[in-house]
Design a protein around this ligand. Structure first.
Ligand SMILES: Nc1ncnc2c1ncn2[C@@H]1O[C@H](COP(=O)(O)OP(=O)(O)O)[C@@H](O)[C@H]1O
Ligand SMILES: [Mg+2]
Length: 367
């Protein structure tokens, strides 16, 4: 897939600008704060229906404006696509593809897809479980629309249950609602677990293989961890559901006593071992970086294999965090599709990668 051009109006720091992209590598250079990351976020929005830093549409709209417009033209699955978004303060957004309205972000996301690689990803090994769940969620949501829908429903039910457990001490009248929330979190949680387990089954050997190519002689292993009553997380959600309900039942008293949600897929993790030791606790900085790179590159390959073409690859400031050996390791494995790399002016990334240079300065893009 390929994005040929994009137009931004009142999107973050961009007032009004249009730009064209190369089908290969695009190197986006500029001083700090000039809008390099904002440009990648616009591409990510086109591909996934959401920003990667923003928590709401409001943050994507230029401070001085009431609405923002992002439009892009490109090709995916051999079809020309024109994606348009209008974001509004305090109102629903409009989204369309080739002039046909999309009702949900998941519908929009079916057109382009993107793999984002940023410095925070380098923390995924040693950070908390939420970072590794986010990795699974972002990747599977793009590949499986049913997962994205289940994740949204799960989050709503989980937030409802958390609120209820927090407030039920002062307001016992809420307690009868708990059963409904339990059922909803288990029902959608079972779907998440099924997809996560099947995703990790593909991710683990691919990441291990790429890690092996790095030549350190070390072994990278990934294991999906979920609620311990689940006997086969790859099983259909209908088989997982009763096992989740059983776990909830045995944790109910503890949940009521602690006012916290203790049972469910919100505590899932991806265990990462290097040579049989938990990377989270024992890996050196170099080892965690190589492991994180291997996992991200495996994610890229899974996208490619699932879609039958390379997704858009977005590298935000990630190369400058790596030594030369690891930079080469990444650059040698990303050539197959369209790539967008941001870097500071003095990093000379374009000398090493070739490709089209786009200079971002004061909310304008010069190509
Ligand atoms: N909603 C917004 N409206 C206007 N400016 C914004 C908005 N969001 C971010 N910015 C501005 O964008 C700039 C940061 O852009 P960014 O793309 O992160 O820079 P960099 O080139 O360093 O990656 C900051 O100056 C910030 O104030
Ligand atoms: Mg940036």
């Amino acid at each position: 897939m390929r994005l040929n051009s994009m137009a931004l109006r009142s999107f973050r720091s961009y007032t009004d600008c249009e730009t064209e992209f190369s089908g290969g590598i695009n190197v986006i250079v500029g001083k700090n704060g000039q809008g390099k990351t904002n440009l990648l976020e616009a591409i990510y929005l086109i591909a996934t229906g959401r920003g990667f830093k923003a928590r709401s549409d409001k943050e994507l709209i230029a401070f001085s404006s009431q609405d923002a417009h992002v439009s892009a033209r490109g090709v995916s699955g051999d079809r020309e696509r024109r994606v348009e978004l209008t974001l509004r303060r305090g109102q629903r957004r409009d989204m369309s593809v080739n002039g046909v309205k999309c009702r949900t972000a998941a519908e929009l996301a079916g057109n382009f897809s993107a793999v984002l690689f940023c410095p925070e990803d380098l923390n995924m090994i040693r950070g908390g479980a939420s970072e590794r769940r986010r990795l699974m969620d972002m990747c599977i949501s793009q590949l499986r629309p049913r997962y994205a829908a289940a994740l949204a429903s799960f989050s709503r039910a989980y937030e409802g249950k958390t609120r209820l457990l927090r407030d039920c001490g002062e307001n016992p009248g809420l307690l009868p609602l708990l059963e409904e929330y339990d059922l909803e979190t288990a029902k959608y949680g079972a779907i998440l677990i099924h997809y996560r387990a099947n995703f990790v089954e593909r991710l683990a050997p691919e990441a291990g293989r790429i890690h092996g190519e790095f030549g350190s002689g070390e072994r990278l292993e990934l294991k999906y961890k979920t609620v311990d009553t689940v006997t086969d997380p790859k099983a259909p959600p209908s088989a997982i559901l009763p096992e989740l309900l059983e776990h909830q039942r045995t944790h109910k008293d503890a949940e009521l006593a602690s006012h916290m949600c203790l049972s469910g897929a919100h505590k899932d993790d991806l265990e990462i071992d290097i040579n049989g030791c938990a990377a989270r606790a024992f890996a050196s900085q170099g080892q965690t970086r190589t492991a994180a790179l291997s996992i991200k590159l495996a994610e890229l390959n899974i996208h490619r294999d699932t879609l039958g073409e390379y997704p858009l690859l977005l590298l935000d400031d990630v190369l400058s965090e790596l030594d030369e050996g690891r930079q080469d390791f990444v650059l040698n494995r990303i050539g197959g599709g369209q790539v967008f790399i941001t870097c500071c002016e003095d990093e000379r990334v374009s000398d090493r990668t070739g490709g089209r240079v786009l200079t971002v300065d004061g909310g304008r893009i010069y190509g």
